[in-house]
Design a protein around this ligand. Structure first.
Ligand code: NAP
Length: 341
């Protein structure tokens, strides 16, 4: 008897945020394992803003989009349930980019790596911080932002996965850190849970005035996760020689490729203030992950990086979970738990 597994397929391109019609849950056949293949059961699937980019009709993206009709993809921590590959033994944990499915058969390439075994309660945190958010914060902040002690660092979407880690790394390096986030609770958390020096609630509608008040000496490093008005506001307070890290532009990810994205209108500040603006894709730095992990685990063990996970249960919840990133309803690193470790 042939076996099947539930899998979310991308069935309708959304305009705006993902919705109930974007994906369809189907029963897919599970083929028998061939030599060199493994059977993976996802435990945690990371929800990342860039997942929405893979569903858009934009051109020139950094990786192929998910074709209409194909299984939706996500960064995954899974358990190898059966193996015909000598380097990926049965029973081990493995990470890589895989379908939103209960189980699937794959031939692992160099983007799939074994993940260390650890107690179940530590697994979610290790995957949440080590898979994407932590390495992204390190490359963006330290290598592109190049902060020096005494610098003022401004971070947007600061209460989220990448932003909260980037802010704490900036504090470790002796910077004054200001975070922008939506709502009182997230701003409280920035200061009380993550040790930021100041927080600005952009939903209050006084972004420019509030930033001016919190950054009277200007900004040296802008770690941008949002784009649009928030990027423009940050650009207007940059100091001479400042660095603008383009980590993400989440406010534009849901726009159709045919629609112009706003700004940055204050682009001329790059000349007047002699700024450097640089973007990056963390997938280009996978070969340096062991070093990033060592650094992050060291900070976590020393209690210097706090981390908040937001875990949603069940494969059925994956579409609604992805939508939460774009309404700000996630409080911390968003993941869906597909099965028990
Ligand atoms: N370059 C890379 O390789 C790389 C890798 C990973 C992530 N990133 C980028 O890093 C950024 C953060 O990702 P994450 O995974 O850490 O997600 P996250 O910050 O945990 O969650 C997304 C947050 O963005 C904010 N947001 C969403 N739409 C917004 C809008 N229109 N205006 C203002 N804020 C908005 C919301 O926070 P509020 O409630 O505060 O509005 C939401 O909670 C994203 O832009 C992502 O694309 C880049």
């Amino acid at each position: 008897m042939s076996q099947t597994a539930k899998c979310w397929h991308f069935t309708q391109r959304p305009t705006g945020n993902v919705n109930a019609d974007t994906f369809t849950l189907q029963d897919d056949p599970l083929p028998p394992l061939e030599s060199g293949q493994i059977l993976v059961r996802p435990v945690y699937v990371s929800m990342d803003p860039t997942n929405r980019v893979w569903l858009s009709d934009w051109e020139n993206k950094y990786m192929d989009p998910v074709p209409l009709g194909a299984p939706m993809l996500g960064f995954t921590l899974g358990r190898i349930e059966a193996s015909r590959h000598p380097e990926y033994p049965e029973g081990h944990l493995v990470t890589g980019l895989g379908p939103w499915a209960e189980r699937y058969v794959l031939t692992p390439d160099e983007a799939w790596t074994l993940f260390p075994e650890m107690p179940a309660d530590q697994l979610a945190e290790a995957f949440g911080i080590l898979a994407i958010a932590g390495p992204t914060a390190i490359v963006g902040l330290l290598e592109i932002g190049q902060p020096e002690a005494g610098d003022t660092v401004l971070i947007s979407a600061a209460a989220g996965a990448v932003g909260s880690v980037a802010g704490q790394i900036a504090k470790i390096h002796g910077c004054r850190v200001i975070g922008i986030a939506g709502g009182k609770e997230k701003c409280r958390s920035l200061i009380e849970d993550f040790g930021f020096d100041a927080a600005v609630d952009y939903k209050q509608g006084n972004l420019l005035a509030d930033l001016r008040a919190q950054a009277p000496d200007g900004i040296d490093v802008l770690f941008e996760n949002v784009g649009g008005d928030i990027l423009d506001a940050g650009l207007s307070f940059m100091n001479n020689g400042g660095r603008v890290v383009i980590c993400g532009l989440i406010s534009s990810y849901s726009k159709p490729g045919s629609e112009p994205v706003p700004g940055p209108y204050n682009f001329a500040e790059l000349i007047f203030k002699r700024l450097r603006m640089e973007g990056f894709v963390i997938l280009d730095h996978l070969d340096r992950y062991p070093r990033f992990h060592e650094q992050l685990v060291g900070w976590m063990d020393a209690g210097r990086i706090n981390f908040r996970l937001h875990t949603i249960q069940g494969i059925e919840s994956a579409p609604e979970a992805l939508a939460m990133l774009f309404t700000g309803s996630n409080t911390g690193k968003l993941m869906v738990q597909f099965s028990a470790p």
